[in-house]
Design a binder for this molecule. Structure first.
Ligand SMILES: Cc1cc2nc3c(=O)[nH]c(=O)nc-3n(C[C@H](O)[C@H](O)[C@H](O)COP(=O)(O)O)c2cc1C
Length: 381
């Protein structure tokens, strides 16, 4: 492919370059993948109003997310194992985000650690926290996030219990991959990926290995992580973490207005309307279908952020029109990373920026902060 022009182009390239196990890990959803697909397809039914003969000069996409300036209202979502899409993936993605002026969110389940990002990127970033049963580990992780200069904590609430993705089970997903015959045959067809991996020491969960009690090697790590997600997680834990952290707090994984109400009462700064990219409750609403009711419930009281199914700048503007203040992208940037490393993430952000800008202009607006329901057919201001 001469020049990737769309996120779909990046996906096709990533599929060629990333070992099947890790490509599938990104491009999959829970069970039937119905909610995963609906996240993308539900955007297509939302129609934009084309406007003409309005001044479209001097446009701006600059905005804020949790009070922090952003070059456009699009952040990189936390994604586990990003350093397996490409060697040192989290460092490369964080660099691309910082050059583009948008937030990067490091996952708890990242390959590069909090300290790796702080040392190799040098710009503030966000950190996503899973609540593990080992509360000492969580408390230390929060301290490490503070030490690494993290400026917002994203607390994920929709993964107390792991959803099941059939592809990961069939592929025997692990980091690094186990040397089975099927894996070795597949890896032999991905020389660029293999060379990158041979060149980096970062091949396992950087925030956990050497930090959690009793996790010294890979086999102890996989049993530790499988058991650590806490099914007993409650709103009291949210309060405990809020007090311990003391900074900007974003609650991720809210899909229901009643939970949004609890989120607003918790005093968090923002929530992310999200179904974990269709990776948890298959059969749940798509994120974009869930957004309006949550905006109606708590919109005036906390910042509403959004993720799920964004594959273009047009998807971003539709989420903003339905009341989101900012958005996150997951797979879109992972495909860029798998396809072309840092340059691919930059390309992904360029594609989305350009599509967002042109779409906003053709809808008759010059400032992304003015986007509201009036740009939608049948929408309200
Ligand atoms: C490969 C992959 C790994 C993910 N890992 C995490 C994670 O570690 N923590 C988290 O809160 N969300 C995780 N998510 C969910 C994303 O943060 C985000 O909600 C989702 O990707 C948004 O949907 P999109 O991929 O369609 O943009 C992951 C998503 C993907 C695709």
């Amino acid at each position: 492919m001469a020049q990737p022009l769309t996120i779909e182009d990046l996906r096709i390239l990533a599929k060629r370059r990333v070992p099947r196990m890790f490509y599938d890990y990104a491009d999959s959803g829970a069970w039937t993948e119905g909610t995963y697909r609906a996240n993308e397809t539900d955007f297509t039914g939302i129609k934009l109003r084309q406007r003409v003969a309005v001044d479209m000069t001097n446009r701006t996409l600059a905005s804020t997310m949790v009070g922090q300036p952003v070059a456009m209202p699009v952040a990189l979502a936390p994604t586990g194992l990003t350093g397996m899409q490409h060697a040192d993936g989290e460092i490369l993605a964080a660099r691309a985000a910082s050059k583009a002026g948008v937030p990067f969110t490091l996952s708890t389940m990242s390959i590069c650690s909090l300290e790796d990002i702080a040392n190799h990127v040098g710009k503030p970033f966000w950190f996503q926290l899973y609540v593990m049963k080992d509360r000492d580990f969580i408390a230390r992780l929060i301290q490490r996030a503070k030490g690494a200069g993290v400026t917002a904590l994203v607390l994920t609430l929709d993964l107390q219990i792991l959803g099941q993705r059939h592809k990961d089970i069939r592929n025997g997903l692990s980091a690094p991959p186990k040397p089975t015959i099927a894996n070795l045959i597949n890896l032999a067809t991905k020389p660029r990926w293999c060379l990158g991996m041979l060149d980096t020491p970062r091949r396992s969960f950087g925030n956990i290995v050497g930090h959690a009690k009793g996790v010294g090697d890979l086999s102890s790590l996989s049993s530790w992580t499988a058991e650590q997600f806490d099914p007993a997680l409650s709103w009291d834990d949210v309060k405990w973490i809020k007090d311990l952290w003391g900074g900007k707090l974003i609650l991720k994984g809210i899909l229901d207005p009643e939970d949004a109400e609890m989120a607003a009462k918790s005093g968090a700064d923002a929530l992310i309307v999200s179904n974990h990219g269709g990776r948890q409750l298959d059969g749940a609403l798509s994120s974009i279908a869930a957004l309006p009711a949550i905006v109606e419930q708590v919109g005036g009281r906390m910042e509403i952020l959004f993720d799920g199914g964004i594959r273009s700048g047009q998807d971003v503007i539709k989420a903003l029109a339905l009341g989101a203040h900012g958005t996150f992208i997951g797979r879109a940037f992972l495909y860029g990373l798998g396809a072309m490393g840092e340059e691919g993430v930059t390309r992904c952000l360029d594609i989305i920026r350009k599509e967002l800008d042109i779409t906003m202009a053709l809808c008759g607006l010059r400032d992304v902060r003015d986007v509201d329901g009036r740009i939608l057919v049948g929408g309200k201001g």
